[in-house]
Design a protein around this ligand. Sequence first.
Ligand SMILES: Nc1nc2c(ncn2[C@@H]2O[C@H](COP(=O)(O)OP(=O)(O)OP(=O)(O)O)[C@@H](O)[C@H]2O)c(=O)[nH]1
Length: 433
Amino acid sequence: MGLFDRLFGKKKKEESQEELQAQLQAEEIAKEISETEKSGEAVQVIENVEEPRDAEPEIKVQQSEGDIPTVRVEDIVEKSDIEEEATPQETEKLDVSQPVEEVVEEEPVTEEPVVAEEVVPLKNEKEVEEKYEKSLKKTSRSFGDRLNALMANFRGVDEEFFEDVEEALILSDVGYELSLEIAEELREEVRLKNPRKRQDVKNVIIEKLADTLDDNGLNHTLNLQDDGLSVFIFVGVNGVGKTTTIGKLANRYRLEGKKVLLAAADTFRAGATDQLVEWGRRSQVPVVVGREGGDPASVVFDAVKKAKDEDYDVLLIDTAGRLQNKDHLMKELEKIIRIIKRELPDAPHETLLAVDATTGQNATQQAKQFSEVAPLTGIILTKLDGSAKGGIVFAIENTLKIPVKLVGLGEGLDDLEDFSPENFVVGVFSSLI
Ligand SMILES: Nc1nc2c(ncn2[C@@H]2O[C@H](COP(=O)(O)OP(=O)(O)OP(=O)(O)O)[C@@H](O)[C@H]2O)c(=O)[nH]1
C-alpha cells in the first residue's frame, strides 16, 4: 500500500465509519422521541459537545543556561600528543604549531550515566505532527492554490490538461523531471480508471506525488552509532542555517543523554567560531575552536582526538561553505575526511548539506553542486517554516536521490525535527483532499 493510501485511505475509512455511527445514533434518538411523544411526555434535548482530548500527556523539558569557563586546548590536549599521532608530513600540513583554543561548557549532564527509561524526549509524536502542520501552512497553501487553479480550468482530460498539470507542478517546485513523470503516470491512470470528478483527478496527482517519498528507497534516518563515537560533518553555504542546526541537534542529543562535542572548523569566516560557541553555550556542550584563518583540519584533528579519548558519543563538525571556490573547498573537505578516517575508519557517519527551503530551486542547485564536491549522505532542509517552496523536498529526493534527513521548523533550540515523509505529506496535503 502506498504512502497516500496509508495516510488518507485510513482517514477516509474512519470518516465514513463516524458518519455511519452518527446516522445510527440520529435514527435511535428520532425513534425514542417519537415513542416519547406518543406516550405524551415532555421532551428535552441536551446538546452534548465533547471536548477533543489529546492522545498523550504533554511533556515539558526545562533547561538551564549558565556561563561557561574558557580553557585553552593545551591544558587538555598536550601538543606532544598531537605530534605523536601525526606523521611529520601531516604535522606540517595540520599546522599544529598554532595554539588551538577550546571552550568548555559546564559539565554536561550526560557525564552522569543515564538509564534509557530516564531519557526525556523533546516532543511527543503528536506535538511533532502539529509542528509540521503549522510549519507547512505556506507550502500547503501554495500547492492548494496551484491545484485549485488547475482544476478550475478542468473540462476533461486532454493533452492541454496534462501540460497544465506539468506546469502547475513545476511552479510548485517539485522539479522538472518529476513533474513530467507525474503527468505521464496521470495519463496512464486516466486511461485505466478514467476519473471524471475534479477531486478524483486532484487526488490522483497528490497520490502520485506522495508515493514518490515512499517508493524512492531512501533512508531518512541519521546514521547514529549505537556503540562508539558518531561523527557528522555539516556543509552548506553561508546563511543557510548550518550552525543553527548543529546547535539544535547538539541540544537534542544532550537531552537524550548523549555526550556531545562540537568542532568549529569554519576558520575562514570571521565570527563563525563565535557563533558556534554561542550555540554551544545555549545547548550546553563543549566546542573545540581554532584560530581565525587557521587550518580547519587541525581543529578537526583535536576534536576527534578529544572525542575518542574522553568517550564522547557524538561529534558535530561545522565547516566553511565557500562554494565559489570549488577546488579549494573540495581539497579542504577531503583533508578533513582523511584526518577523521585515520582515527576512525568508518567515519564520518554522515556528511550533511544544509539548504535553505525559502530559496526553492536554488537549494536543489546547491545540493547538485555540493554533491560534486563531497559525497553527501543527507540533506537538512532549513527554514521550512517560513517557506512556500516545500515542494523542493520532492525534487531533492527524486532527482538527486539524496534523502532529506532533518528539517528546520523555526529559529528556536527545539525547532529541528527528523524528516518524516508521513508528517510532511499530511502537513502539505491533508487539507487538499
Ligand atoms: N525561520 C527559521 N530560521 C532559521 C532556521 N534555521 C536557521 N535559521 C536562521 O537563519 C539565519 C542563518 O543561520 P546560521 O545558522 O547562522 O547559518 P549558517 O549556515 O551557519 O551561516 P554561516 O554561519 O554564515 O555559515 C539565522 O538568523 C537563523 O536563526 C529555521 O529552520 N527556520
